[in-house]
Write a protein that binds this ligand. Structure first.
Ligand code: FES
Length: 117
């Protein structure tokens, strides 16, 4: 399912947070007048990737059972509910799930992370 299929998908240009407040990975909620949208953000320096924070297996947030969302080598995102692993850069499933995470386009404008179009 594409991120835009979620009823709470924020419009392009919606502010997410200041880039400097982000660690390596964060589970955020983007609040708009459409409601709360669950966003998973992974940052490596100035490079940021974002996915809908809903695993494709049970539609649970990846941090459902804790905050250990990165593999030890920092290359994979983990679903804490049952340990499925996803490629950090693409969101594709590595094991434990049949399909990958839904990417959300983001960009940085003047130090602020925003939803892209
Ligand atoms: S419960 Fe999240 S991938 Fe299985």
């Amino acid at each position: 399912m594409a991120w835009t299929d979620y009823s709470t998908a924020p419009a392009p240009g919606t502010r997410v947070c200041d880039l400097e407040t982000l660690g390596a990975v964060a589970a955020l909620t983007v609040e708009t007048d459409k409601g709360a949208f669950p966003l998973l953000v992974a940052r490596d320096g100035a490079q940021v990737r974002a996915y809908v924070n809903a695993c494709p297996h049970q539609y649970l947030p990846l941090n459902y059972r804790g905050d250990q969302l990165l593999s030890a080598d920092g290359q994979m995102l983990l679903c804490t509910a049952h340990g499925a692993r996803f490629d950090l850069g693409s969101g594709e499933a590595i094991d434990g799930a049949d399909c990958g995470l839904d990417p959300v386009p983001v960009t940085v404008v003047d130090g602020t992370l925003v939803i892209a179009g």
